[in-house]
Design a protein around this ligand. Structure first.
Ligand code: RUG
Length: 826
């Protein structure tokens, strides 16, 4: 698998072996040492937060040698590295994961106990960094974990935002309130800021001709300083690097202005520069047309490309960059880093004097593009004027790329009107997805269905012209964090069932559990693990949200970003209809299946209908949870601030998972994989990776409902009238009427009028059309749940057959289909 190529010289001769693991006593001493010399507290003075920092630094020290060795092998060996360019990395808490991967969990537990602390309190003291919005950022984190675990040399490149995704709370009316998430308030022991390996990133100005050469004269520059995070592989002895850039000013302070008492003006340059890495855009699958966003994208991509040249050609003034694509292949995670294509062209032509064709050859070989969406509005399109203002040289290059592209299409015999549709540069806009598709070697979608729809619809013209570029890599999740750490009870049971823990690095081994689904005793043990997880979640919910949850109810969860296409409104309408049926006594005492419904979802701050949906869920929750008539039968909780920590606690406790997006809208989903791997059954549509999950776990172990992509398309074409569905199903009609008549707004009929109007007149994602089949399938769900042994057998089969959804497998697919590289030699 490794890509050998000529011209590699050994540059670093001394390679240090990784330190051998320590005893618990030694590890306790290391923590004491950190407390003393870096925290400057005695063990008696130390708080859990002190011990957390000290233990983190001690683990980091253990990883240092393997990190150096991995870097040396990466630069000196003959294995092409992977550069994963991503505006988001949603890492989750680091300590527990680092301990696991460094093989130090037991030593840590014993060591902190010896110091008089509970291991859980130390782990909990970590503040979760929220440097991503949702699935896309978490996927990036899973991927770099898997690459390190597979021993593949890789760099994650992104931005160290000062403020991550906002913290979500709800006000007394149930409305979402966003507060800034300043995650760096306390000492953060994982990132190492490396001022000596900074890069200059410039903006604005103009392009002039000097001696027949285009020369960019930028107007202003910022200093990109790397903050390095270690990415330890699980049992691989490899530690890769996540390099997140932070923006610093070159002009700290304008002394002249200060001396004139213009204090605010004095810090302006600093503020302007540092703004670039200040905040993560709280958007997920929606378009933002912000200048600052383009600055952020260019900032981290330019710094990363220069950094890769520094790393692979150290100290060379005139490196042979024709070998660059053999040293590193860059994956563009969505359209956010696509400005990297013209940037590499500019670097090669302007900074290293390559001619256009050579530069283009290198660039096209260097990049690949992953598309994560089917929503046209999520494919970024930048006004050409904005690019021209901020990056004038890049706009010139983009125009030239577009000319070359149009010529190439003409040569291929592509029709003029098709070329017109495909233009990268339209005269007033630049389409980043098109630039990425043309400018790289491969394009992939993130689930089979999604990749097919990219070829058939979203990027059809491109797939017709360049069929070989297109491929699929279905997403995956890391089993280390999302099974081993999140669900230790299930992990132990899997290990017991398989007689080995090798499944943690080869998740296909879960297949070995299939025969155990016939063993009632094993299924009962599996059920007991789920019950124990529910019990733990009850305590977690009490501690974190102050709510009382009845563990003897079906735990039914829908957690993901709030978006109309994901259809949280479909779920809440069903809950309301179930409530109405209970109130009217339509369900007999024997028929009642007690349920607790959990929602978790952040809405983009400017997304009105999404925020109104949150408010509705909160107020439905208030009414239902306070209604003595349904006590013990139905409860609804909208849990605030859905994040990785909540996922790690709630997913293992969930029995029924909701994946109910409109078919053809969710690119993949990764929550669906986490739930299946933790033994929840899914109720879902044929969308995204649900399709493959159902194939793998078996149609009989998945609750399918709703229209298919073709049926959705046909209904759009025929003219969709949601009111028809409202009239046709009394359950739906009743639910919507209850929302409209003020039942959940103290009689105020206006409170949800915009939502009701949207449902009845527009309902773009056809929640109403799918309502009846969704409501109908509940009877099947409830019937099965009444037979715990059968339910758990099916849940166990979900676990056993979901090994495919490991991000290790995703990485192997990328390596084979796209990157054409592999692990470092031992
Ligand atoms: O919405 C998609 C998810 O379906 C997918 O699982 C995830 C990772 O591939 O990416 C999400 N996504 C897409 N987040 N932002 C975008 C915008 O393109």
């Amino acid at each position: 698998k490794t890509g050998n190529y000529p011209g590699r010289k050994v540059r670093m001769t001394e390679i240090t072996a990784p330190k051998s693991p320590v005893t618990a006593e030694q590890f306790a001493d290391e923590i004491r040492e950190q407390l003393k010399y870096t925290q400057n507290v005695t063990p008696e003075q130390a708080t859990a937060a002190d011990v957390y920092v000290a233990a983190s630094k001690a683990v980091r020290n253990h990883l240092a040698d393997a990190w150096f060795k991995t870097q040396a092998d990466t630069v000196n060996g003959d294995t092409k590295a992977v550069g994963y360019l991503s505006a988001e990395f949603l890492m989750g808490k680091q300590l527990e994961n680092a301990l696991l991967n460094a093989g130090l969990t037991e030593q840590f537990d014993a060591a902190v106990e010896a110091l008089g602390f509970q291991p859980k309190d130390i782990v909990d003291a970590e503040y979760e960094p929220g440097l991503g919005n949702g699935g896309l950022g978490r996927l990036a984190a899973c991927f770099i974990d898997s690459l390190a675990s597979l021993g593949v040399p890789a760099f994650g490149y992104g931005i160290q935002y000062k403020y991550g995704i906002f913290k979500q709370t709800f006000d007394e009316n149930g409305k979402q309130v966003e507060t800034p998430d300043y995650w760096l308030t306390n000492e953060e022991p994982w990132g190492h800021i490396d001022y000596n390996r900074d890069q200059k990133v410039s903006f604005g100005g103009e392009v002039v001709e000097e001696n027949g050469k285009k020369v960019w004269k930028p107007a202003w520059s910022v200093r990109a300083v790397p903050v390095d995070y270690l990415v330890p592989g699980y049992k691989s002895q490899r530690v890769n690097t996540l390099r997140l850039w932070t923006a610093k000013s070159y002009d700290e302070f304008d002394l002249l202005a200060f001396n004139k008492s213009e204090y605010l003006d004095a810090v302006k340059p600093q503020v302007k520069a540092e703004n670039i890495s200040k905040i993560l855009y709280p958007e997920d699958s929606t378009k933002v047309g912000k200048e600052l966003r383009l600055e952020q994208q260019y900032f981290f991509v330019s710094a990363s490309l220069h950094d890769a040249i520094r790393v692979f050609y150290p100290g060379e003034a005139k490196p042979d960059l024709t070998t660059f694509p053999n040293k590193i292949t860059f994956q563009l995670n969505d359209t956010h880093p696509v400005i990297g294509i013209p940037e590499l062209m500019r670097i090669l032509i302007d900074e290293y004097d390559y001619d256009w064709d050579t530069a283009w050859g290198i660039t096209q070989k260097t990049f690949n593009y992953t598309c994560h969406t089917l929503l046209p509005e999520a494919l970024e399109v930048w006004p050409a004027s904005l690019i021209g203002e901020l990056l004038p040289r890049h706009l010139e290059i983009i125009k030239k790329i577009n000319e070359q592209f149009e010529d190439e299409l003409k040569d291929k015999g592509v029709a003029d009107e098709t070329i017109e549709r495909m233009r990268i540069y339209t005269g007033d806009a630049v389409r980043m997805a098109y630039l990425a598709t043309y400018g790289g070697s491969h394009v992939n979608g993130v689930a089979e269905l999604h990749s097919q729809l990219l070829k058939d619809v979203t990027l059809k013209d491109f797939s017709d012209a360049y069929p070989d570029k297109f491929t699929n890599v279905t997403n995956g999740v890391t089993p280390r964090r999302f099974i081993k750490l999140a669900n230790p009870g299930l992990s132990d049971l899997i290990t017991e069932g398989l007689g080995t823990d090798k499944w943690l690095s080869d998740l296909d081994l879960l297949q070995g559990l299939v025969p155990l689904a016939k063993d009632d005793e094993f299924v009962k043990k599996f059920a007991a693990v789920k019950q124990a997880n529910k019990h733990s979640f009850v305590a977690f919910a009490k501690q974190h949200y102050g709510i009382d949850v009845d563990e003897n109810t079906l735990f039914n969860t829908m957690v993901k970003r709030l978006h109309e296409y994901k259809r949280q409104s479909l779920k809440i309408l069903l809950v309301i209809s179930q409530y109405a049926a209970l109130k009217k006594g339509e369900v007999s005492a024997e028929e009642i299946l007690p349920r607790t419904v959990f929602f978790g979802a952040k809405a983009a701050p400017g997304y009105y209908l999404a925020k109104l949906t949150i408010e509705l869920i909160n107020n439905v929750s208030k009414v239902i949870n306070n209604d003595p008539d349904v006590k013990g039968k139905l409860a609804v909780h909208m849990l605030p601030n859905y994040n990785i920590e909540m996922a790690q606690n709630l997913i293992p406790a969930t029995e029924l998972d909701e994946q109910i997006s409109q078919a053809g809208k969710e690119a993949s989903g990764t929550g669906n994989m986490k739930f299946a791997l933790n033994g929840a059954l899914t109720v879902g549509t044929l969308d995204g990776a649900n399709v493959e999950i159902r194939e793998k776990v078996g149609a009989e172990n998945f609750f399918l409902f709703g229209m298919t992509v073709d049926e959705v398309e046909k209904l759009y074409a025929d003219g969709y009238d949601p009111a028809k569905y409202y009239e046709a199903d009394p359950r739906l009609k009743q639910a919507i009427e209850l929302v409209a008549n003020g039942t959940f707004s103290n009689g105020d009929r206006n409170a949800y009028a915009p939502l009701v109007a949207d449902w009845l007149t527009k309902d773009w994602f056809m929640a109403l059309a799918d309502f009846s089949s969704y409501a109908d399938i509940q009877a099947q769900i409830e019937k099965l749940y009444r037979d715990p042994l059968e339910w758990n057998r099916k849940a166990l089969l979900n676990v056993a057959n979901s090994g495919y959804f490991s991000s290790d497998r995703s990485m192997e697919d990328y390596l084979e289909r796209i990157w054409h590289t592999g692990p470092l030699a031992d």
